[in-house]
Design a protein around this ligand. Structure first.
Ligand SMILES: *[C@@H]1O[C@H](CO)[C@@H](O)[C@H](O)[C@H]1NC(C)=O
Ligand SMILES: *[C@@H]1O[C@H](CO)[C@@H](O)[C@H](O)[C@H]1NC(C)=O
Length: 356
């Protein structure tokens, strides 16, 4: 009897300990380094903190915007480097209907839901599942049923990996456990290929976007449901040109989803963008298996004290967030983001960095 009681007590203690530890996942910084590229990531928000790549003279610079300490990411509204979800981008009216049920979400952006709500995947502590310094970091997160209003449990995995000498890959996967749910993950890194302290990107950076169409938006950046050609408009980056060259034709910079021209058949990766910085000679190419890419020129970035106390300003970086179309849950003509239990959401992005 006493023995049984002792065993039972040990079991309870072990169980409690396990759960406390689980809830109290430690926040750390993990470096991926292959002697050419070096990348730091924290499991807070699965956030990319630094990306160091050589310029045309072999000098390393950190080419992503961010904060000087992980703590500063906890009180942040820029989403610097974060892995956003459960549904990245905006959901109009902060709600959607699925199988006859209306799901209400936190309205954290002008009455709409932005990047998964007020505490999305970019604001939670992920579990370090696997880490090999010269190869990859795999992080996992178990989102509970009803978290930020979304239906069902969802297991999410993101792997950051170095591929060869000059490629950086991000592999995302999500598996609903018990209910169908929308899933749309995105990596929200702000890039400045001249180095994160080199300021305005508008005339220094040239971009080419392999996308003939966009999904136009209303004043609060909610898609109207149209899919419009870019040809001849300020949105046309089919041929490379400087990011700011048609700014005078826009209300305020770019913050829009481009519909990628899928060149590869089936599930192969397609090229989304090529960006070049004239000064440093750095070039970034991006491939993905997603249908869209949100191009954002940090229009809403107010003066923000970042790494090394440098003050980032409006247009101090750009984002290329590959993903499904924004507000897909409320537009039948957009590709569906609903994932059923037994099915997996998958998303791949590959960056290649060169300099000349
Ligand atoms: C990246 O992280 C490593 C390990 O924590 C640290 O030694 C290094 O200074 C960091 N790099 C940058 C650029 O902050
Ligand atoms: C967090 O953000 C709020 C509002 O932007 C600000 O008032 C507060 O000082 C910040 N706290 C820290 C610790 O930075």
């Amino acid at each position: 009897m006493a023995k049984a009681l002792l065993c039972f007590s040990i079991l309870i203690i072990a169980f409690t300990y396990f759960n406390v530890c689980k809830a109290d996942e430690k926040i750390g910084i993990y470096e991926l380094q292959n002697g050419h590229i070096s990348i730091n990531i924290t499991n807070y928000g699965a956030t990319v903190l630094n990306v160091l790549v050589p310029d045309r003279n072999g000098n390393l610079d950190d080419i992503v915007l961010g904060f000087g300490s992980v703590d500063e990411y906890k009180n942040d509204s820029t989403y610097f480097g974060a892995l956003v979800g459960r549904v990245a981008n905006r959901i109009g009216g902060a709600q959607f209907t699925l199988n006859g049920h209306v799901y209400k979400l936190p309205a954290n952006d002008h009455g709409n839901t932005l990047h998964g709500g007020s505490r999305g995947f970019g604001d939670v502590v992920w579990t370090v599942y696997d880490y090999v310094k010269d190869s990859h970091l795999t992080l996992t997160y178990d989102s509970h049923d009803g978290e930020q209003g979304f239906p069902g449990e969802l297991s999410v995995t993101v792997t950051y990996l170095l591929i060869g000498r000059n490629k950086f890959g991000i592999k995302m996967e999500a598996n609903p456990k018990n209910k169908p749910t929308p899933v749309n993950l995105a990596s929200h890194t702000y890039w400045n290929l001249g180095g994160h302290t080199s300021g305005n990107i508008l005339s220094s950076h040239t971009i080419q976007l392999y996308a003939s169409r966009i999904t136009p938006v209303n004043d609060n950046l909610i898609p109207t449901g149209e899919i419009s050609p870019v040809e001849g408009t300020a949105y046309d980056f089919l041929e490379p040109r400087t990011i700011g060259s048609k700014f005078n034709e826009l209300p305020d910079g770019y913050d829009i989803n481009y519909v990628l021209d899928r060149t590869g058949a089936g599930k192969t990766l397609t090229k989304a963008a090529t960006v070049r910085d004239g000064e440093s000679g750095r070039k970034m190419e991006l491939w993905t298996d997603q249908a869209g890419v949100q191009f954002y020129t940090s229009n809403m970035l107010g003066d923000t004290v970042g790494k090394g106390r440098f003050v980032y300003k409006k247009y101090g970086g750009f984002c290329l967030e590959t993903q499904g179309f924004p507000d897909s849950v409320n537009h039948r003509n957009f590709p569906s983001q609903i994932v059923n239990p037994g099915d997996s959401y998958r998303h791949v992005m590959v960056y290649r960095f060169t300099a000349s």
